[in-house]
Write a protein that binds this ligand. Structure first.
Ligand code: ADP
Ligand code: ZN
Length: 300
């Protein structure tokens, strides 16, 4: 079987891996995200070393990255991290740096589209053609497929920044998004929870009022996505969703807010299998980047 490399490029850490799927992950290397030069050099060094160790050249590489980024192969800035507020990373030619070291096809997409592709191939979205994958972590991002194709469009979806109705009596917190204040990410990502409640999300007890408010915002967002994209399933990952009690609360909010309008048994009778965690768990991202590599090889 061909050798594939994947990079899950996060704003705080990079995970590089070699393999061909969940049962064939041969090596993995994690390191913190620092400057683009240092971080990309470290990734390249890992894959060069792996080619020697495995005694085989890479067939393709996949990158699932934080953004905003340019995933359009026909664009002059394809493969760039574009306008990110992350210091030092704006206008970074990610794919160019990889291609300068390896003469192989390189797949490049958002972290969430990568995870969506991984879940489609090996996880909770197998057999579906329209679904979304959300991460609720340091930020909130969404990706997925419509009719079997990863969603791109003008740039790529930014589902984390949809505007939210906020009742200042229930929630006086103005939000932390530098662009919008109280958008979904500004109100409901991990840093918003920490700032609003004065302790990290993982420290908040399960009966804390934080969680019903969190479920409310996530429920509003899910309903908007259900109504616009009609996904067959919604997968929710990321650090904040590590709280298992959050899933039932979000599902209840979705049912209450939809109020019976979308008459599908998948929602009305099987909400437990409609809003789900990633089947690949914390490996969705890195396996997704390997799936992007496999797609890149197919499309040459
Ligand atoms: P990233 O988004 O940087 O890739 P994560 O998905 O782990 O990383 O998200 C980190 C955020 O999730 C932090 O704000 C952290 O407080 C929160 N978080 C991490 N673990 C948990 C947990 N078990 N329960 C609730 N929140 C968590
Ligand atoms: Zn925002």
């Amino acid at each position: 079987m061909a050798l594939f490399g994947g990079i899950e490029a996060g704003g705080t850490k990079f995970v590089c891996a070699i393999g061909a799927g969940p049962d064939d992950l041969r090596a993995e290397h994690r390191f913190p995200t620092t400057t683009p030069e240092e971080t990309l050099d470290q990734a390249i060094a890992f894959f060069q070393e792996q080619q020697v160790q495995q005694g085989e050249y890479l067939a393709a590489l996949g990158v699932a990255a934080f953004g905003p980024l340019d995933p359009n192969p026909r664009s002059p800035t394809f493969g760039y991290i574009t306008t990110t507020p992350k210091p030092g990373w704006a206008n970074t030619d990610f794919v160019g740096a990889i291609r300068a070291a390896f003469d192989v096809p390189v797949g490049f997409d958002t972290d969430v589209n990568g995870a969506a592709l991984g879940e489609h191939r090996w996880g909770a979205a197998q057999g579906l053609d329209t679904f979304i994958y959300l991460t609720i972590g340091t930020g909130i991002g969404g990706g997925g497929m419509v009719e079997g194709h990863l969603i791109h469009g003008l740039v790529h979806p930014e589902m984390g920044h949809i505007r939210m109705p906020r009742d200042p009596e229930r929630d006086p917190f103005a939000g932390v998004c530098p662009y919008h204040g109280d958008c979904l990410e500004g109100l409901a990502a991990g840093p918003a929870l920490e700032k609003r409640w004065g302790q990290r999300a993982e420290m908040l007890p399960s009966d804390h009022p934080a969680w019903s408010l969190e479920a409310h915002y996530l429920g509003v967002a899910l309903v908007d996505f259900i109504l616009t994209l009609s996904p067959q399933r919604i997968i929710m990952g990321g650090g904040v969703m590590q709280q298992p009690h959050l899933f039932p609360l979000v599902r209840q909010e979705v049912l209450a807010l939809l109020n019976g309008y979308v008459r599908s048994p998948a929602i009305l009778e099987h909400i437990d299998t409609y809003v789900v965690p990633p089947l690949l768990g914390a490996r969705a991202g890195v396996l997704g980047s390997i799936a992007l590599a496999q797609e890149a090889l197919k499309s040459v």
